[in-house]
Design a protein around this ligand. Sequence first.
Ligand SMILES: C[S@@+](CC[C@H](N)C(=O)[O-])C[C@H]1O[C@@H](n2cnc3c(N)ncnc32)[C@H](O)[C@@H]1O
Length: 209
Amino acid sequence: MRLRKKPHTDEKLQNFADFVTRGDVEPIQKDSARELHVELGTGKGEFITQIAERYPQINFIGLEVEATCVLAAARKVREKNLSNVRLIVFDVENITEIFSEHEVDRLYINFCDPWPKKRHAKRRLTNEKFLERYKKILKVGGEIYFKTDNRGLFDYSLEQFALTGFEVRDVTFDLHANEPPENVRTEYENKFSEQGVPINFCIARAANG
Ligand SMILES: C[S@@+](CC[C@H](N)C(=O)[O-])C[C@H]1O[C@@H](n2cnc3c(N)ncnc32)[C@H](O)[C@@H]1O
């Protein structure tokens, strides 16, 4: 996923300024009657563009730290003419700065970087430090949909969910063995699936807000 830094990415992103920003999420939240779903680490936008097309009544925001990835995702959004997607060049580390308390209905964490070394555990997007921040912005009863190919990261994440008071359901270590029709495959999911790697999945519910 690490794309080579290409020159003029910022300038190119200007062409998508109607739905791509660097921190301002004001426009999409005006229609507050709609559910708000946020994807963390959107990559090149394969998932968010498919799911937003499927659910036009839901607002989607994709957070992605790499501007080159956001540019690729923005092109897909424009191609599909989606009006319910915003993309933000943003580090999830600072997620509580852009959402109000209990504002978000659902978070998607798809194939986040596993950071396998123990000393890097705090960088994992399912580390307890991150989960505590997600709890602040999720509605009470709001949910995290989590998918990964990495079994070690999955087991670690289940522990972290329990530690931070999330209730976990629908746990599977092989999502594609009996793939639900509502599953939307991500770019990485397709890649791992082609290699025969099983996909782990669960839903974690913020019980205590
Ligand atoms: C392994 S890729 C997965 C991409 C996509 N979700 C998928 O399933 O195909 C992880 C993505 O998360 C992004 N990312 C990693 N850490 C991040 C952070 N702290 N904030 C925002 N994006 C991040 C990376 O730049 C990369 O695009």
